[in-house]
Ligand binder design. Structure first.
Ligand SMILES: [Zn+2]
Length: 170
């Protein structure tokens, strides 16, 4: 097993080193808000986001989705947001850095990832971690390509193809 994924990019011709890691800065639903609503009804921080000002608010946490790459030690990492119920969000925030690591919270996938068919509302489970680590995301098994990749892993070639698509969207 080689430690690093290294490939010559078919888009820009450069050598990209290391397993790819891409992050969504905010939930898809936050991106959809007007600039006015982003300041008026939403809170966005590094690890959490709340949209709404009443009991109908939506609660989001930032997580890490690790997709194994066959033959490579480091996974393909996505920083993505999922929505939690209010009760689970409160528990998650109130146990910050003192999580029961056997906990898991049901979450709805809340980003659209490049390369894949629509990933919004995939069913997930959030596994909190202590020590300043973002929670790991587990996707429910389904025939969605992202769920298949999560459970079965991807080849080096697929990892390269997805990374090229993300780094060079045009
Ligand atoms: Zn490139």
């Amino acid at each position: 097993m080689s430690a690093l994924l290294t490939f010559t990019c078919s888009c820009c011709g450069k050598t990209h080193e290391g397993s790819p890691s891409f992050s969504c800065k905010s939930p898809h639903y936050y991106d959809q808000l007007s600039d006015e609503d982003k300041t008026r009804i939403a809170i966005l921080q590094d690890d959490m986001c709340v949209i709404g000002i009443d009991e109908n608010s939506d609660f989001f946490v930032r997580t890490i989705l690790e997709v194994p790459i066959h033959g490579v030690a480091e996974p393909f990492m996505w920083g993505v947001w999922v929505s939690l119920s209010q009760a689970n969000f409160k528990r998650y925030m109130s146990t910050w850095d003192n999580h029961d690591e056997t906990d898991n919270y049901f979450g709805w996938f809340s980003n659209r990832l490049p390369h894949y068919p629509d990933t919004l509302s995939l069913k997930t489970s959030v596994r909190p971690r202590n020590g300043g680590l973002r929670p790991l995301l587990v996707l429910e098994e389904s025939d969605h390509p992202l769920a298949v990749h999560f459970h079965q892993g991807i080849s080096v070639g697929e990892a390269q193809q997805i990374a090229e698509r993300v780094m060079h969207p045009e």
